[in-house]
Design a protein around this ligand. Structure first.
Ligand code: SF4
Length: 361
């Protein structure tokens, strides 16, 4: 346990928290973590309780199923209703509600909806499903997009004609630009997501952070990782310095994973994309490029453009995802909306803010 204890020791964590609190004696600091796994770790390790009330940690839109629009889900429901279609997607997607139903409900009514843990499983499903069209609902950030890119390459190379991809992949740097410019949020800095950073590296954020002139630190998921990143941000913000640091050097490299990055460039093209809560963010969506467009479900099924994102059941995920409210501000939190029966996407996934807050109440 040596290496875990090195990053979790209570004494070291409390000493680091004291340093942060002393550094933040002059004013309040608003720091956003843009990763659902960070939100869960911050709650699980009780980090807010170690810090003074002048440090406000704000959860951002780092949960893939949470930011996926209702319009995308409606298109998925329409395809699932076709008797000749098999839908395959990651398990969390099955439980995301829209219009009072979910893919899981459609599956219970007889639709062929399958949960997969890896994009490449879809290749096998397609091979075994002659005569049916298999649609992969591809969601997630730079972390899952490379696997979808490999799936697209393999399907094209092996001429698997009954496999289609409906990409809702999104990229994090354009979302940082949108959040960092939000005057209402008025952020002092970002904790940058460890997993995404493995792919895009520190260099993946340079342009966005140069434009925002805010401190930002790539960090891991242990309490000392997170606390030392907060200290760096507070110190930099106090001195009005726009630093971009790699605090997760044991995993993340400056240039990230060049193979994964070039794979993304080969298969996808960046276009505007709709995020729940954040609206349309320019250049933030990954769509299949021309050589792969015969695999594109948008084209095959003439899908309606995703231009709407509004759950009309009173769910306040849009506010939660943009850090404008905490889950407890939603009247359904922990009552009508619980992980076993989610009313909104933020209660579905372990990366969802409402779920993280619910599980650490
Ligand atoms: Fe939506 Fe449930 Fe969160 Fe309320 S508690 S914002 S209904 S997910």
């Amino acid at each position: 346990m040596k290496y875990v204890d090195d990053f979790r020791g209570a004494e070291a964590c409390l000493a680091m928290a004291r340093q942060i609190n002393a550094a933040a004696a002059d004013r309040s600091y608003r720091i956003m973590e843009v990763c659902g796994t960070h939100t869960a770790a911050i709650r699980r390790f009780g980090i807010p309780a170690m810090l003074s009330s002048r440090i406000r940690l704000i959860s951002g839109p780092g949960c893939p199923v949470c930011v996926t629009s209702d319009a995308y889900l409606r298109n998925a429901f329409r395809m699932a209703a076709d008797k000749n279609v098999t839908i395959a997607t990651y398990p969390d997607m099955l439980r995301v509600p829209a219009d009072g139903m979910s893919l899981q409900d459609l599956k219970a009514k007889g639709a062929d909806v399958r949960a997969v843990n890896s994009a490449l499983e879809v290749l096998e499903i397609a091979r075994e499903s002659e005569g049916r069209t298999v649609v992969f609902l591809a969601v997630g950030f730079e972390t899952t997009a490379p696997a979808t890119a490999i799936l697209a390459q393999r399907a094209r190379r092996e001429r698997i004609k009954n496999l289609k991809i409906y990409s809702a992949h999104k990229t994090i740097p354009p979302a940082l630009l949108s959040l960092g410019r939000d005057k209402e949020l008025c952020l002092d800095g970002f904790l940058l997501p460890g997993h995404v950073s493995v792919v895009i590296g520190v260099q993946g954020y340079r342009r966005a952070m140069r434009s925002l002139r805010l401190p930002a630190v790539v960090t891991g998921f242990e309490p000392l990782d997170i606390l030392s990143a907060i200290l760096t941000i507070v110190d930099a913000a106090r001195h009005r310095k726009a630093v971009l640091r790699n605090g997760y050097g044991r995993v993340v490299r400056e240039g990230g994973n060049p193979k994964a990055v070039s794979l993304l460039k080969e298969v996808f093209v960046s276009k505007d994309s709709l995020w729940r809560g954040l609206g349309v963010i320019p250049g933030s969506g990954l769509f299949l490029r021309k050589p792969y467009d015969s695999l594109d479900a948008r084209r095959t099924f003439s899908l309606r453009q995703e231009d709407e994102c509004r759950l009309d059941n009173g769910c306040r995920c849009a506010g939660v995802l943009t850090g404008k409210i905490e889950p407890s501000a939603c009247r359904y939190f922990g009552k009508q909306c619980i992980p076993q029966k989610p009313l909104g996407p933020c209660m579905v996934s372990r990366e969802g803010t409402c779920r993280a807050f619910f599980e650490t109440r």
